[in-house]
Design a binder for this molecule. Structure first.
Ligand code: G3P
Ligand code: CA
Length: 275
């Protein structure tokens, strides 16, 4: 486990208030919040514990990840629905193409090296289970923007994610108030999460049409689009709506570098950037 690096903060976090009780990731006015996309994935292999720590070392409290399910029903943190880009699966299991996450057990996935592709210093880094990941965030006192990735490939994953969050203590009052948001590109999935745990903040990824926003505001607190898809009219329409917890919907954009992202987020008046 890495040592604490208190006081190391070179990004916006120094000026951004952490979540206040009862609020989302960003509380009140100030600089846009920076959320570490797949962890600090520029500095360490994405979606690994090393990327969580790299975010911590850079003063980033909020971390985004991607959650999927193995053949034997375990939740793991990985972006692609196949394993070959970010692990050595082709070497370890050569006959198992197309190496889909859902075709491998958790024990098999735990054998894979998820760090060497990024750099030799990360050799031996593993694909974390969601449980490992939550434990590390708790240890570092960090917060999680959890993306349920490709839920159509994993029927019922919403209930599994909720079960794991509960088992690991992430549905207690403190976590729910200011340490957790669950998001997905799949609107049905976000609605299902809200149905299971209405107290948890949720986000819809993408840029839904204006006509759809009012319906989505019944079960989503955030709408999180690609930065290039933003328009002033759309942002205003989102901000005018109140989400299921009675507060204006928030917008966290992605698909842009940190410095440009922070500048654009500030200029556009959105709450933050996932970068
Ligand atoms: O959180 C925004 C972002 O993660 C969505 O895109 O493909 O990186 O999961 P992707
Ligand atoms: Ca993601």
């Amino acid at each position: 486990m890495k040592p604490a690096a208190a006081g190391v903060a070179f990004i916006a976090m120094a000026t951004v208030p952490l979540s206040a009780p009862g609020t989302g990731p960003r509380a009140g006015a100030g600089a846009p919040l920076v959320i570490a996309h797949r962890g600090a994935s520029r500095y360490a292999p994405e979606n690994t514990l090393a990327a969580v720590d790299a975010a911590y070392d850079r003063g980033l409290t909020w971390v985004e990840n991607d959650v999927q399910r193995t053949k034997d029903g375990q939740l793991v943190v990985l972006h692609d629905t196949t394993l070959e880009r970010t692990t050595d699966v082709e070497k370890i299991f050569p006959g198992r193409a197309p190496w889909r996450v859902r075709d491998f057990t958790a024990a098999e996935i735990s054998r894979l090296d998820a760090g060497s592709w990024f750099g030799p210093r990360f050799a031996g880094e593993r694909v974390p289970t969601l449980a490992d990941y939550l434990r590390r965030l708790d240890h570092n006192d960090q917060r999680l923007l959890l993306e349920i990735k490709s839920p159509k490939s994993y029927p019922g994953i919403e209930a599994g994610v909720v079960r794991e969050l509960r088992r690991r203590g992430w549905l207690d009052r403190a976590h729910v108030r200011s340490r957790l948001v669950v998001q997905s590109f799949c609107v049905k999935c976000v609605k299902a999460v809200h149905g299971l745990v209405p107290q948890v903040r949720t986000g819809i990824l993408g840029s839904p049409r204006l006509a759809e926003l009012a319906r989505y505001a019944r079960f989503a607190d955030e709408i999180n689009p690609r930065m290039s898809a933003l328009s002033s009219r759309w942002i205003k329409a989102v901000h005018r709506l109140r989400g299921p917890h009675g507060r204006p919907l928030e917008v966290y954009a992605w698909g842009v570098g940190k410095n440009t992202g922070v500048r654009e987020a500030r200029a556009r008046g959105i709450e933050g950037v996932i970068t």
